[in-house]
Design a protein around this ligand. Structure first.
Ligand code: 9UX
Length: 67
């Protein structure tokens, strides 16, 4: 399924890459799209392999707040 997360604190391209890489290395994540201007992250993932909480945790570990 695809979900859109509101993520606070992503302002530059480095932030974008940090969040993208952190999510993409997780088992069950198919596609990640960060929209800096909107402060959102679209994640296409397999919910039988990974939970939404795990996705949020991975983003928070990079230092960003997930709404
Ligand atoms: Mo540059 Mo993005 O310090 O946090 S990596 S704004």
């Amino acid at each position: 399924m695809t979900t859109t997360l509101q993520v606070q604190g992503m302002t530059c391209n480095h932030c974008k890459m940090a969040v993208t890489n952190a999510l993409q290395e997780l088992e069950g994540v198919n596609r990640v799209e960060v929209h800096l201007e909107k402060g959102t992250v679209d994640v296409d993932y397999d919910e039988t392999k990974i939970s939404l909480d795990k996705l949020k945790e991975a983003i928070e570990e990079q230092g960003y707040d997930v709404k």
